[in-house]
Design a protein around this ligand. Sequence first.
Ligand code: SAM
Length: 264
Amino acid sequence: MPGTYAAAMHVLAETAQRLPAIETVLDLGAGTGAASLACQSVFGSEVRLSLLDDDSALFGEAKAILPDATFIQTDLATKKDLPDADLVILGYCLGELSETDRTAVLERAWNASLKGLVIIEPGTSPAFSRILLMRDLLLKLGGHLAAPCPNSQACPIQSPDWCHFAQRVERSAIHRRLKQGTMGYEDEKFSYLVFSKTPLEPAPGRIVRRPVHKPRLIEICVCQQQKISVQCVTKKDKNQFRAARHANWGDAWAGDGKADLPTL
Ligand SMILES: C[S@@+](CC[C@H](N)C(=O)[O-])C[C@H]1O[C@@H](n2cnc3c(N)ncnc32)[C@H](O)[C@@H]1O
């Protein structure tokens, strides 16, 4: 599970910056525990974890790596009384539920969350359509968008494009064999949402593509002020250029490049 773990690490690092301290986590559709394991890395080993899944075989694996966690074997579609937790996570899980169950599960997950809710889905166009529906639903339920969106208005991304990010994962020899791949790495693509229970300052902007480095110029594609634009940061602006050199796809971006290229 190196790919889903890497995606969870990215999203939870963002969550830790935007939400208050997290002491308890409810991991719904936890599988082998990738998101819970990432919670321990990001929030500390003392974080109290409850993992819920209906597949006991996967739990066997999760128990080996998370011996102190609580395990609840149940069907999310029928479980009405979810235990409360500071943070509720739905990692790569909503896509496995029927449309009707998905809405009901999300509402129950939101009610169970004390501080925030995280959704991670594969970085594909169909999964992003689900993300947009869940975004609308959580806004209607009174949620406050913490990441990745810099605002709660309509998403400016135009189909057939979709908002997603990527996390590079080095492949070990056994990982390469299991995936029957020859490359020494893979890019785990994912889309995500982090919602807060309480209002918070919106992120200034979000880098939605890998920055393009050209001689004396870096192009940064940013979602900001309800539009997607490519900002050109030149060497003339020393501070911004330094920031742009270290900027990655998925980072928050406060800069305002001097020359905007046409909106994508
Ligand atoms: C793709 S796996 C993701 C596992 C883990 N969250 C991760 O990020 O690696 C989806 C998980 O959701 C669980 N799941 C699907 N439908 C479920 C349901 N109705 N009730 C409980 N768990 C369910 C599956 O058993 C599986 O472990």
